[in-house]
Design a protein around this ligand. Structure first.
Ligand SMILES: [Fe+2]
Ligand SMILES: [Fe+2]
Length: 348
């Protein structure tokens, strides 16, 4: 064979070898993926074999990477019910279905009394008891032009709100919480991006603002239990959210000092609104129904709590938000960045 022919033969062999090896690698990788999915199952047990047989033909290397999200849902369920379950060797079939998600088993969460924790939207370690001793009358007197602008912006928004809801405080609370839960998320998101952009710490403010947003969302989840939105109220929420989210986003970019001050005043209005709600409950114009179960668990309230107790804890939360936001604005007024002052974390 000529020198050129030998070279050609060698490169063909190399190519064939590479292909062959690649196939072997893929097969091995396929097994690896399947094994990876099954982490936590007892390898070698009959259950593992059953699971492998069901999954083996379904998932190749490619599908292995996408199998958890929807497209193989049917097979996923099938696998789940044929296996012996994960960790603990329980025979509960429902548990197996949940645990099949990438082989990650959901931890079993229980209350102090040993009963199962029924909420997936929040966990026992996120619950707390509201600080009802907080001063509800504290008010930041607007002095500067910017403060006055923030104050009157909020005051002017109250007029159409009063007109629309009048004395339907349950509905009013529910609708206002859809707005109140926006600033914390927007502010937290912008601080998050700033922290990434500038390679600097946040001083805990990202978490504080996101906690505030989550707390407001829990207010909404609570009031949803006592008031149901009508179709035009849902439409209003969508419109208001579209406008408010963008306006607040821009406002926070331009002046976080103004944005936090405005939220501080919004919270002052919320306190007023919930005080009126309580008055209506006291007068008997609104029925003081038992507190929703979600509220009892979230605020760790006694089981015999009522709507009035719920409104009181929500109002206390609003007073905390008021303080956090006025504080944040004050930091900016002093010409400092939020990260320079430790954030009031866990302060509801
Ligand atoms: Fe709220
Ligand atoms: Fe609030």
């Amino acid at each position: 064979m000529t020198r050129g022919g030998t070279k050609l033969a060698n490169s063909m062999l190399a190519l064939a070898g590479h292909r062959l090896l690649s196939t072997i690698s893929n097969a091995a990788a396929s097994k690896k993926v399947v094994s990876g999915i099954l982490v936590g199952r007892t390898v070698g047990s009959p259950a593992w074999s059953t699971t492998f047989l069901v999954r083996g033909p379904i998932f190749g290397v490619r599908n292995g990477g996408t199998m958890a999200l929807g497209e193989k849902e049917g097979e996923e369920k099938k696998v789940s019910t044929t296996g012996t379950g994960t960790g603990g060797g329980s025979d509960n079939k429902d548990e197996k279905t949940v645990a099949s998600y990438w082989g990650v088993e959901a931890p079993k969460v229980t209350k102090e009394d040993g009963t199962e924790w029924k909420w997936t939207c929040f966990r026992p370690w996120e619950t707390y008891q509201a600080d009802l001793s907080i001063d509800l009358k504290k008010h930041h007197a607007p002095v500067t032009f910017m403060d006055k602008m923030a104050y009157w912006t909020v005051k002017s928004l109250r007029w159409p709100t009063d007109l629309f809801f009048q004395r339907r405080y349950g509905c009013r609370a529910m609708m206002l919480e859809t707005v109140a839960a926006v600033p914390g998320m927007v502010g937290g998101m912008l601080l998050h991006c700033k922290s990434l952009r500038r390679f600097e710490h946040s001083g805990g403010w990202i978490k504080t603002l996101l906690e505030e947003a989550e707390n407001e969302r829990m207010h909404l989840m609570t009031f949803m239990e006592v008031a149901k939105p009508r179709w035009y109220e849902r439409a209003l929420v969508m419109t208001v959210q579209g406008v408010f989210f963008n306006a607040y986003f821009l406002g926070y970019l331009i002046s976080p000092k103004f944005a936090h001050r405005m939220v501080g005043y919004l919270e002052e209005e919320a306190i007023h609104s919930y005080t009126e709600f309580l008055k209506e409950l006291d007068k008997g114009n609104i029925e003081n129904v038992p507190a929703p179960a979600i509220a009892i668990d979230y605020w760790r309230m006694p089981p015999n709590s009522t709507l009035k107790d719920v409104v009181m804890v929500v109002r206390a939360d609003e007073a905390h938000h008021r303080d956090v936001n006025h504080f944040a604005s004050d930091i900016h007024y002093q010409g400092r960045q939020l990260r320079e002052a430790p954030a009031p974390l866990g302060y509801h």
